[in-house]
Design a protein around this ligand. Structure first.
Ligand SMILES: C[S@@+](CC[C@H](N)C(=O)[O-])C[C@H]1O[C@@H](n2cnc3c(N)ncnc32)[C@H](O)[C@@H]1O
Length: 249
């Protein structure tokens, strides 16, 4: 039973709401940063610098996000920082830090504009852009299939107002999760690669980003096996990791 005064609970909710809105804005910007919608600064815009300098900065920016995102999700880190952050706003704070790391990447990203492919055939362009949007739709859908507001930390801040809290984390395999174990990450990988105009900078982002997703997925699965045990192991044997039937264990 949480005995915190009502004011604390309301402030916690307000803070979580702020983190949620900020993270949604960052994700909307992300859609334009790597894809067709126009944003003030995208992955290929900005003044040119030496390619090796740009590559160094860009890899450092993705690594910073990766370290923050995977590091702060580890059980050991969570138990450490829960000494300072109240449990109901822990997830929202994690989401805030992830959004800040992404914002920093958008801001400081260095373009490497050398073109690797530029597909002009309208039908092929349409198909590739279609795959791009499909990737975002799959990713968004996956968040709702698991629990959108819990993943973004709003549910936890709301739960403190309820006499009966939401159930503890349950193992779920709704719809897309019956095809692949990580549809959200599959959606992201699709958005990284599906572009009719691929530059060296974009390729670097797609390659390092995909590598990070693979590492992050393995780390996440370690936690999921710990949490759900044999149930998750059976799931790993039956369902592919990022593509149907591929990566079964
Ligand atoms: C950002 S979500 C990504 C989920 C999944 N990796 C995907 O790509 O669709 C990460 C959270 O989902 C949880 N999660 C992943 N698969 C799950 C499942 N089948 N059932 C319940 N929770 C799951 C993880 O423990 C983690 O807290």
């Amino acid at each position: 039973m949480d005995e915190k005064p009502l004011l604390h609970k309301c402030l916690g909710l307000l803070y979580s709401l702020f983190c949620y809105v900020y993270s949604m804005l960052v994700l909307v910007y992300f859609v334009g940063f790597i894809g067709p919608p126009q944003v003030p600064k995208d992955i290929d815009s900005g003044p040119a610098t030496a390619w090796y300098f740009a590559a160094l900065i860009d890899v450092a920016l993705i690594s910073l996000f990766a370290l923050q995102h995977s590091g702060m999700a580890r059980k050991s880190f969570k138990s450490f920082w829960l000494q300072w952050v109240a449990a109901p706003i822990e997830r929202a704070t994690y989401v805030l830090f992830s959004s800040l790391a992404l914002s920093l990447m958008f801001l400081l990203w260095q373009p490497i504009s050398l073109t690797l492919w530029d597909i002009e055939t309208p039908a092929a362009r349409g198909l590739i852009n279609g795959l791009y949007w499909l990737g975002w739709i799959i990713a968004l859908l996956a968040t709702f299939l698991l629990s959108h507001f819990e993943l973004f930390g709003l549910k936890q801040a709301l739960d403190v107002f309820r006499p009966h809290r939401g159930e503890s984390r349950t193992f779920k395999t709704p719809w897309l999760y019956k095809l692949v174990r990580h549809p959200l990450y599959l959606g992201f990988v699709m958005t990284f690669w599906a572009t009719p105009h691929m530059t060296v900078g974009h390729l670097l982002f797609a390659g390092v980003g995909t590598l990070y997703i693979l590492i992050g997925t393995l780390l996440e699965e370690k936690d999921l096996v710990q949490l759900f045990g044999e149930q998750y192991r059976q799931y790993q044997r039956k369902v592919g990791m990022l593509l149907p039937f591929l990566g079964r264990r």
